[in-house]
Design a protein around this ligand. Structure first.
Ligand SMILES: NC(=O)c1ccc[n+]([C@@H]2O[C@H](COP(=O)([O-])OP(=O)(O)OC[C@H]3O[C@@H](n4cnc5c(N)ncnc54)[C@H](O)[C@@H]3O)[C@@H](O)[C@H]2O)c1
Ligand SMILES: O=P(O)(O)OC[C@H](O)CO
Length: 351
C-alpha cells in the first residue's frame, strides 16, 4: 500500500501545535505516511505579510503559535480544495463555527475511503434545535468515517513538548485505531484509543462550558475550593448530558485524558477560563475581552453553552443542568455572574 497523504484543515493555535507533531510522525514512518503534510491556512495579512507565505518561508505561524518552529515538511496551502486533493487522512482542527462551511466546500472532492479525525471541541446545532456532534456533521456532509482526538492539551504546552496525554475515540478501533495512533503518538504526547467515541467528543465540547463557570468564579474572587466544586458538579452534568442524549457511554471514558484530565487543565489554564474571568472583572462584553486577550483565537465555551442550553430547553431539562444553564444565561447577559454560586449551592447533586 502506498504511503497515506495527510492534510490538516486549520492552522490556529491547536492546528499549528498539532502540525508540529504530525510533521514529525509522518517523517518517522515513511512506509505509512507521505512526509509532505499540507496545512490549510485561512489567509490573512499579519504585519504586512501573507500568513501562508510566512509559514512556508520562516516555518512559523507568527500569529497563532509565535516562537515555535513548524517542521519544513508542513506546507501551508490557502486553497481548501487543493489542500485536500489526493489526501487519505483529513485532520479537522478549526473553531467549530467554521466546520459546516468548510465541509460544504469539499462536497464531491473527498473519496469515500478518506479517513477523518476531528480535534474540534464544540457542538453543532441542527435546524430543528437538536444537537449534532461535529464528527456527525462532517460525516453527514462528506460521507466519510470520522474519529476524534480530545485530551488535556493546552496548545502552547504541547508545542513546548511538555509531557501530556490524549484520547482517540474511534468507532472502528480495530480497523483505524492503530493507524491513527501512529500519526499522533510521540514521547511527549501519549495516546490511548477507545471505542466510546461519542463520549470522548462530548467531554471535549462540554468541558469548555464548565471552564467558563470556573472563569466566572475566579473573576468573582472565589478560590480553589469553589473551583473544585465547579469541576465536580460540572463533571456530574457532563456525565448526565451524555447519558440523556447519547446513552450507552462507558464510565471509564471519563477517566481518560479527554475526561477529568481535560476538565482540570481547562479550568486552570484555558482560554475560556481566562476570557470569562476577565468578563467578570472588567465589565466589558465577552466579545470585547475575547478580542483583547486572544488575538484572533476563539473561546468555544460561550457558543457551546448556548447550543447545550437550547437543546436542554427544547427537551425541558434545563433545570437538571444548573451549571450549564447558568453559563449560557450569564454569557447572554440574562443572569448576573454572582448568581452562579446560588446555582452551585442549590445543585440537584446536593438534594
Ligand atoms: N488552542 C488549544 O489549546 C486547543 C487545544 C485542544 C483543542 N482545541 C480545539 O481545537 C479547535 C481549533 O482551535 P485552535 O486553537 O486551533 O483555533 P484558534 O482558536 O486559534 O482560532 C483561530 C483559527 O480560526 C481561523 N479562522 C478565523 N476565521 C475563519 C473563517 N472565517 N473560516 C475558517 N477559519 C477561520 C483562523 O485562521 C485560525 O486558524 C477548537 O475546537 C478548540 O476548542 C484547542
Ligand atoms: O484554551 P481552551 O479553553 O480552549 O482549552 C484548550 C484545550 O481544549 C485544553 O485541553
Amino acid at each position: 500500500m502506498s504511503p497515506k497523504k495527510v492534510t490538516i484543515i486549520g492552522s490556529g493555535n491547536w492546528g499549528s501545535a498539532i502540525a508540529r507533531i504530525v510533521g514529525s510522525t509522518t517523517k518517522r514512518f515513511p512506509d505509512e505516511f507521505d512526509p509532505e503534510v499540507r496545512m490549510w491556512v485561512f489567509e490573512e495579512i499579519v504585519n504586512g505579510e501573507k500568513l501562508s507565505e510566512v509559514i512556508n518561508t520562516r516555518h512559523e505561524n507568527v500569529k497563532y503559535l509565535p516562537g515555535k518552529i513548524l517542521p519544513t515538511n508542513v506546507v501551508a496551502v490557502t486553497d481548501l480544495v487543493q489542500s485536500c486533493e489526493g489526501s487519505n487522512v483529513l485532520v479537522f482542527v478549526v473553531p467549530h463555527q467554521f466546520v459546516k462551511g468548510i465541509c460544504e466546500k469539499l462536497v464531491g472532492k473527498v473519496p469515500a475511503d478518506t479517513q477523518a479525525i476531528s480535534l474540534i471541541k464544540g457542538l453543532s446545532m441542527e435546524k430543528l434545535g437538536g444537537l449534532k456532534l461535529i464528527s456527525e456533521e462532517i460525516k453527514d456532509i462528506l460521507k466519510i468515517e470520522v474519529s476524534v482526538l480530545m485530551g488535556a492539551n493546552l496548545a502552547p504546552e504541547v508545542a513546548n513538548d511538555n509531557f501530556c496525554e490524549a484520547t482517540i475515540g474511534c468507532k472502528r478501533k480495530a480497523q483505524d485505531g492503530a493507524f491513527l495512533k501512529k500519526l499522533f503518538h510521540t514521547e511527549n504526547f501519549r495516546i490511548n484509543v477507545v471505542e466510546d467515541a461519542h463520549t470522548v467528543e462530548l467531554c471535549g465540547a462540554l468541558k469548555n462550558v464548565v471552564a467558563c463557570a470556573a472563569g466566572f468564579t475566579d473573576g468573582l474572587g472565589y478560590g480553589d475550593n469553589t473551583k473544585a466544586a465547579v469541576i465536580r458538579l460540572g463533571l456530574m452534568e457532563m456525565r448526565k448530558f451524555v447519558d440523556v442524549y447519547y446513552s450507552g457511554s462507558n464510565l471509564q471514558t471519563f477517566f481518560e485524558s479527554c475526561g477529568i484530565a481535560d476538565l482540570i487543565t481547562t479550568c486552570y489554564g484555558g482560554r475560556n477560563r481566562k476570557v470569562c474571568e476577565a468578563f467578570v472583572k472588567s465589565g466589558k462584553t465577552l466579545e470585547e475581552v475575547e478580542k483583547e486577550l486572544l488575538n484572533g483565537q476563539s473561546a468555544q465555551g460561550p457558543p457551546t453553552a448556548k447550543e447545550v442550553y437550547l437543546m436542554n430547553k427544547k427537551s425541558g431539562k434545563d433545570d437538571q443542568f444548573p451549571v450549564f444553564t447558568a453559563v449560557h444565561l450569564i454569557c447572554a447577559g440574562e443572569m448576573k455572574p454572582a448568581q452562579l454560586v446560588d446555582c452551585l449551592r442549590n445543585h440537584p447533586e446536593h438534594l
